[in-house]
Every structure is written in C-alpha cells, then in structure tokens.
Design a protein around this ligand. Structure first.
Ligand code: AP5
Length: 222
C-alpha cells in the first residue's frame, strides 16, 4: 500500500503510522522525525530547518519535496509506504504526485485523521518523547513501564521543543490555513479518506486497517 496520513498536529499521525509500519511491514517516513534527527546531528539540513521546526512554522515546500523525493527514490519498488506529516500543503501534494509519477508508483489514497481541537491540545501537551530513539509516549494514555524511561531503548523521555503551549497554538493555526487547500486537492481527485482519530491508538488502527481492506490497498497477507 502507498498512502499519506493527513491531519492536524496531535491527530495521532505518528502513533498510527508507526503501528502501520510495524504490523503491515511498510516503510514509515515521517518528515518531522527526519527533521528532528537532522537537527540533533547538526547537519546542514538540520540547521536549515531548525528555525521553522522549533517555532512551529512550515519548512518551505521545495525543500520538503526534495528531502522526501530522495527518501522515496531510495525505497525498493515493491516496498509500500505510509507518509506521516507529508504533504502538508497543496504545493507539496502536487510535488509528491510528480515524484511518484516519475517512479511509476502512484498513491493509493490520502487518509485524514479527524479529532476535535480540545483533544489535539490535550494530546500534544501530555506527549513525551524518547530523546534517543524518538518513540512517543503520553503522560496519561501511553505511559512507559518505568517513569521517564523509554521501554524500547531505555533513553530519557522529554518534552518536544515545539510542544510548549505557545508553539502548539501556532502549529494548530498554521495547519488550519495550509490544510484547507490540501484537503481540497485530494478531495477533488477522489483520493481523500477520513478516519475518526478519537479513541485509543488500537481503535484508530482498527478503523484505518478496515479502510485499507475495503479499498484493497493491502497486499495479500497484509
Ligand atoms: P511533525 O513532527 O510532523 O508534527 P505535527 O504534524 O505537528 O504532528 P505531531 O507529531 O505533533 O502529531 P501527530 O499527529 O503525529 O500525533 P502523535 O501521534 O505524535 O512536524 C513537526 C514540525 O516539522 C512542523 O511543525 C514543521 O515545522 C516541520 N514539518 C514537518 N513536516 C513538514 C512538512 N511536510 N512541510 C513543512 N514543514 C514540516 O500523538 C500526539 C500525542 O498523543 C502523543 O503523546 C501520543 O502518544 C498521543 N496519542 C496519539 N494518538 C492517540 C490516541 N489515539 N489515543 C491516545 N493518545 C494518543
């Protein structure tokens, strides 16, 4: 399957994409995770995107499409993918279609996770992330076995820089503006598929997989 996951910050894109990646054995590519990794390694890409990511603004379209185009070209032709956090604008969606058409691997669909604004803020303000491997936790809904320690790699858990209350508000506002034309882009092409993002990650995963089955996006056995 080849899908993109859309939805505002805190809709649960990263959590869902991670489960889809592990269980359906497709590549999970997250622009946010790629940028944070580059920033922590202080690469030239990391330095270029840092000013946008830490303040909650969008990285310019041309740069994002270039980075994701390179990632997609590296995947073997038969490998399915779920893109998380990309595209974020109609310009990026058109750029992605150009890249995929050159690779002759068209997109199956755009899955949009929906959730009320209050739930988004609640999820983001309670999020904790592993400073070493980037795994996601939540102070209420996804607690680690040992407080403050990652279950996977025993790294330390911390708060993401862009999860400060003022930056959360800004990210939500930036997303509201960019999302309208993006949603129109996929709706016009008949490729937009809403999934209710409320409830536990397992319930959301169940809804998403049911959609993938109905649409026959899963390869045999997947
Ligand atoms: P990015 O990392 O993509 O952040 P985002 O879109 O703001 O999304 P989040 O990661 O905050 O939320 P999410 O929907 O993935 O929710 P999550 O699963 O983590 O981007 C960061 C920045 O990078 C951007 O602001 C921008 O600057 C830049 N950037 C990235 N992509 C770009 C692009 N394409 N173009 C331009 N700039 C770009 O869940 C949140 C919390 O809720 C977690 O604690 C989780 O444990 C919990 N949770 C999730 N789902 C559930 C559930 N169902 N039940 C209970 N708890 C849940």
């Amino acid at each position: 399957m080849r899908i993109v996951l859309l939805g505002p910050p805190g809709a649960g894109k990263g959590s869902l994409a991670s489960l889809i990646g592990q269980r359906l054995r497709v590549a999970h590519l997250s622009t946010g995770a790629i940028f944070r990794e580059e920033m922590s390694r202080r690469t030239s890409l990391g330095r270029r995107v840092a000013q946008y990511v830490t303040s909650g603004r969008l990285v310019p379209d041309a740069l994002v499409v270039q980075v994701m185009g390179a990632q997609l070209r590296r995947l073997a032709a038969a490998t399915g993918f779920v893109l998380d956090g990309f595209p974020r604008t109609a310009g990026q969606a058109a750029g992605l279609d150009r890249v995929l058409s050159r690779l002759r691997r068209p997109l199956d669909g755009a899955v949009i996770l929906t959730a009320p604004a209050r739930l988004l803020v609640w999820r983001l303000s309670g999020r904790r992330v592993c400073e070493r491997c980037g795994a996601n936790y939540h102070v209420r809904t996804m607690r680690p076995k040992r407080p403050g320690v990652c279950d996977r790699c025993r790294g330390r858990l911390g708060v993401r820089k862009d999860d400060e209350p003022r930056t959360i508000a800004r990210r939500l506002a930036v997303d509201r503006t960019a999302a309208r034309p993006l949603v129109r882009y996929y709706r016009r092409g008949g490729r937009l598929f809403p999934v209710d993002g409320r409830g536990s990650v397992e319930r959301v995963y169940g809804r998403a997989v049911a959609l993938c089955r109905r649409q026959e996006w899963l390869s045999p056995g997947g």
